[in-house]
Design a binder for this molecule. Structure first.
Ligand code: ARG
Length: 402
């Protein structure tokens, strides 16, 4: 059965309903066969019995699986291939995995993260990298964490009138950084880059300031609307997800940041457009002279179109790789076909795969998709801010698309 409300078989309810929570692999009892199955691909189709026994006994003793660096690379690539929310998976084999499992202190993480950031930004071609740090120690304790959901992000400042200057998604992180001693610019703005907050195995958060110029950004311009630049909109070049855990071979890596490249609509139809984010559509519609008194003028749709054209144009003009949603959809269809040929079923969430603009104009909209648990994979993990919240409490970020 499809998880998509629009592809439910006849007779079933067509009302959108929340997807049932997926059991996290290995959390209750470790399913060794499932956890180690991916290793076959790392060993040309067979998992040597000796290797299986070594890994199994380490896991039974409560240690992280002693994967070789080559095996870890396969785990990272297959985790990307398995990740149900990603439309960009055609490229899973290109992932570069940096094995930093010997690093766990905040200072060491910060050094490697600067390197990750530098490398993926330096040429605009954006190669995909996963940097894997030490897992939690077997004696218990939290494991290293990067408290920022992404390595790049803009501050969100709550104003006295209740509105937020900047990115409302980062309001809590911004307030916490201030409590740790971060000083926002004298004149706070809508696009102030946030410092990092990182904890090592003691769980204690450290504020790590970022050097000026460390984050590459793209100012948004429109190919035909000369006033567009005056809106002062911009976004950073590369999304580097830093808050998720990487699950591989029965081991949870709590700090394992990875990046891809942007699809334009993530910025133009969500980050800058969502009413609970930068909410720019009314402003753009006004500059376009549209009638905003009625939805029937399609002012939102026209504003969205111009904003998204500006995103595609500006990244291309600066030589930063970014894919449009039509190409991304076509690539995902090729990925589905390739996987089918290889006899592998693809786990995917329709509501995440379908682009947030012109959905039905992309082939993925017309394709039933189904999500099922896979391992290795990347998973949401409770933010360290919520460490005191009861386990398993419904986490908004888990179910909503971001
Ligand atoms: N949607 C997130 C953002 O807009 C990024 C998620 C990862 N995206 C990607 N293209 N790899 O920042």
């Amino acid at each position: 059965m499809s998880s998509c409300p629009f592809h439910a078989p006849a007779g079933e309810t067509t009302a959108p309903s929340a997807a049932p929570p997926l059991p996290l692999p290995g959390d209750a009892a470790l399913d060794l066969d499932a956890e180690l199955a991916f290793l076959r691909e790392a060993h040309r189709g067979v998992l040597p019995a000796v290797r299986r026994a070594e890994l199994a006994s380490a896991l039974a003793a409560g240690s992280p699986a002693p994967l070789s660096s080559a095996e870890l690379t396969w785990a990272g690539r297959i985790a990307w291939r398995n990740h149900a929310r990603c439309i960009g998976r055609l490229h899973w084999r290109s992932l570069v995995v940096e094995d930093c499992r010997d690093l766990s202190s905040a200072a060491d993480l910060a050094d490697r993260l600067r390197e990750h950031l530098r490398v993926v930004q330096e040429s605009g071609t954006v190669k995909s990298i996963l940097t894997v740090f030490a897992p939690p120690s077997r004696r218990g304790g939290p494991g290293p964490r990067i408290w920022n959901p992404q390595l790049c992000g803009y501050a969100g400042y709550r104003q006295t009138d209740g509105s937020v200057l900047g990115d409302p998604a980062n309001e809590r992180l911004t307030a916490f950084a201030c409590r740790l001693g971060w000083r926002p610019p004298r004149q706070p703005g809508a696009f102030d880059l946030l410092p990092w907050i990182i904890s090592g195995p003691d769980g204690k958060p450290h504020l790590i300031p970022l050097a000026d110029g460390a984050v590459r950004e793209v100012r948004l311009r429109h190919p035909r609307l000369s006033w567009f630049e005056e809106l002062g909109l911009r976004w950073y070049a590369v999304p580097i997800i830093s808050g998720m855990r990487f699950r591989a071979a029965g081991t949870d890596f709590t700090a394992a940041p990875f990046n891809g490249w942007y699809m334009g609509t993530e910025i133009g139809a969500r980050n800058l457009a969502d009413p609970h984010r930068y909410h720019q559509l009314p402003r753009i519609a006004e500059r376009l002279g549209l009638d905003t008194s009625t939805p029937r003028s399609l002012w939102k749709d026209r504003a969205l179109l111009e904003l998204n054209e500006a995103v595609l144009h500006s990244y291309a003009a600066e030589g930063v790789k970014l894919v449009d949603h039509h190409t991304a959809s076509d690539e995902f269809m090729r990925f589905l076909a390739r996987e089918k040929n290889l006899g592998r079923e693809v786990s995917a969430r329709w509501d995440w795969i379908v682009p947030p603009m012109s959905g039905a104009a992309t082939a993925v909209f017309h394709t039933p998709l189904r999500e099922f648990p896979s391992t290795p994979d990347f998973h949401a993990q409770p933010s360290p801010f919520d460490a005191s919240a009861p386990q398993g409490c419904p986490n908004q970020k888990e179910s909503s698309r971001s």
